[in-house]
Design a protein around this ligand. Structure first.
Ligand code: TXE
Length: 511
């Protein structure tokens, strides 16, 4: 977690220039790069002049500083957004299409530096940043830049009397708050539809992974995005994030993060009658029937269990396996999990990098202790990894696979959000369904069977917003995305996002 820079701040202020800290050198105050807020088209420090440390998960060292923004910075951002709104909301969909595509072009041109920055900031393997995070971030922007051209609205005729038509108008100034697990991917997933529909945005990425949002702000300036249309603030959630939600002029809030934080936002926003989209945590079931395509199921289950070190809300952390193939599937999954290489995220031969923070790794390891106390058997141990002396202080943890736990225990009921999965056998479809639904969450479920009747029957009964059958993370951006129960409220994606960021107005014309 970032800490306020104390004595160093003054000294750093005296230093003329900063270059990026080298991975090889010890913490060097001359090297700390300063990330800036992007407010009213300018890159600025926080008004307080305070900075927070930004840690590199691979080394455990501070490698940059972020503005410790507060309500005064939020006020400046909201004022800039308000001033920019009339022109942006009326410039027409083709102008918004043009500028958003230009931004996507620049991200695509700079995929490698963006991927390097994402990997260094989050600890994720460079191959994940290169093939998942950054390509998807520019795809998000392209998708909504184009979708807005086809965003129609309804009309309803009262024969011989009147015609009704629906206007879908931008809301005004909206807040977008995103998490650390897929930093630019989820940041653009929110701001792209908000901007495409003509809103002006006050956005805050996670204080744990601010870098690519900062690089994006530089690209927005280069692409000619008008000042104030997008404002990116950096800082702590309870301070800068809360101030965005509390501000009376932010009329809608789109949030992705933890369920407990989602509750706080809902308590703040509800009495202010703000529109609220909450994409929260998950504890997703992965149900494997004996008639599955075994190789596809086991290879995809390695990904759905450990991709991004399990730091994806869609990961299938509860694996239910039909008893007749339980041992065969378990042994093959353990063998492949043990073959995963955890190490330096910058090394493309590694499958998994570091977890995002020391605190998060401690949280995940705490759950491994809980699993043991609850009677779990660790088939893969989930141990701290020291890739090298230079990386000894990085936040590395090898994958863990646990069996022998009941469904109703903390390990199987609470979101761990790390490289940890549990295995349980089942005998019948009804039992698999009951086990899968036995959770407060309801984000995504994965189902492996060749029986199409069973697949469609179970999909109907699974309590989740997304069901993947014989696949995982296969994403069509036109589809509704979000969860039920404690996994959130509302849907993102496609027309759902365009409707969230617009207000519907019915106009009735008598003739
Ligand atoms: O998320 P937080 P964290 C889960 C996962 C993880 C847990 C907490 O289990 O361990 O959530 O992760 C901002 N007002 N997911 O701590 O705290 C914060 O600055 C306004 C699942 O990273 O929810 C950050 O920008 N904003 C999730 C964002 O909210 C506030 C992905 C998320 O932070 C705020 C991430 C406040 N009071 C974590 N407090 C998913 N569904 O993918 C914090 N923030």
């Amino acid at each position: 977690m970032p800490t306020k820079h104390g004595a160093f701040v003054f000294w750093i202020f005296c230093l003329p220039q900063y270059t990026r800290i080298s991975r090889l050198s010890p913490p060097n105050l001359f090297a700390l790069e300063k990330i800036h807020n992007y407010i009213n088209g300018q890159l600025v420090a926080a008004q307080s002049g305070d900075w927070l440390d930004n840690y590199e998960p691979a080394t455990g060292q501070v490698y940059s500083l972020i503005p410790d923004s507060d309500a005064s910075d939020v006020q400046a951002a909201v004022a800039a957004a308000e001033a920019a709104f009339p022109a942006w909301s009326s410039c027409g969909v083709h102008e918004r299409y043009r500028i958003l595509h230009r931004i996507a072009d620049l991200i695509e041109e700079r995929l490698e530096p963006f991927a390097q920055a994402e990997s260094r900031d989050s600890g994720k393997a460079i191959t994940t940043a290169r093939t998942v995070d950054i390509p998807r971030a520019q795809a998000n922007i392209r998708f909504f830049a184009t979708a807005i051209l086809h965003f129609g609205a309804e009309s309803h005729q009262m024969e011989g009397q009147a015609v009704n038509y629906t206007l879908r108008q931008p809301i005004g100034v909206v807040g977008c708050i995103s998490p650390w697990n897929l930093p630019l991917y989820l940041f653009t997933w929110k701001i792209a539809p908000a901007l495409a529909t003509g809103n002006c945005v006050v956005a805050k990425p996670s204080e744990l992974t601010p870098m690519t949002a900062y690089l994006l702000s530089q690209i927005c300036i280069e692409a000619g995005l008008p000042a104030g249309v997008l404002n990116i603030l950096h800082g702590l959630g309870p301070k800068a994030g809360q101030a965005i939600v509390e501000h009376p002029k932010t009329k809608a809030i789109s949030f992705t993060g933890g369920t407990s934080t989602g509750r706080i936002l809902a308590r703040t926003a509800a009495p202010m009658f703000k529109k609220l989209s909450l994409e929260l945590g998950g504890k997703n079931p992965n149900i494997i029937f004996a008639d599955c395509n075994f190789e596809e199921a086991v290879s995809t289950t390695v990904r759905s269990s450990f991709a991004n070190n399990g730091q994806i809300c869609l990961c299938g952390s509860r694996v239910y396996i039909e008893r007749s193939i339980y041992e065969k599937f378990r042994d093959e999954l353990v063998r492949r999990a043990k073959a995963l290489k955890t190490g330096d995220p910058a090394d493309p031969t590694n499958d998994l990098g570091a977890l995002v923070s020391e605190q998060h790794r401690a949280k995940v390891m705490g759950y491994l202790d809980i699993a043991k106390q609850e009677g779990g058997i660790l088939l893969c141990r989930g141990e701290i990894v020291r890739p090298s002396d230079e990386l000894a202080n990085g936040y590395y943890l090898s994958p863990a696979i646990i069996e022998g736990l009941p469904n109703h225990c903390r390990t199987n009921q609470e979101e761990i959000f790390g490289p940890v999965v549990t295995l349980q056998p089942f005998d019948t479809e009804a039992e698999a369904l009951a086990l899968a639904n036995d959770t407060e969450y309801g984000l995504a479920a994965t189902l492996w069977t060749q029986d199409i009747s069973r697949a469609t029957r179970m999909a109907e009964r699974l309590q989740s917003g997304i069901v993947w059958v014989n696949c995982w993370m296969l994403r069509d951006l036109r589809t509704p995305f979000g969860g039920v129960k404690s996994s959130g409220v509302g849907r993102e994606g496609g027309v759902e996002a365009l409707r969230f960021f617009t207000e519907a107005k019915n106009v009735c014309v008598k003739y």
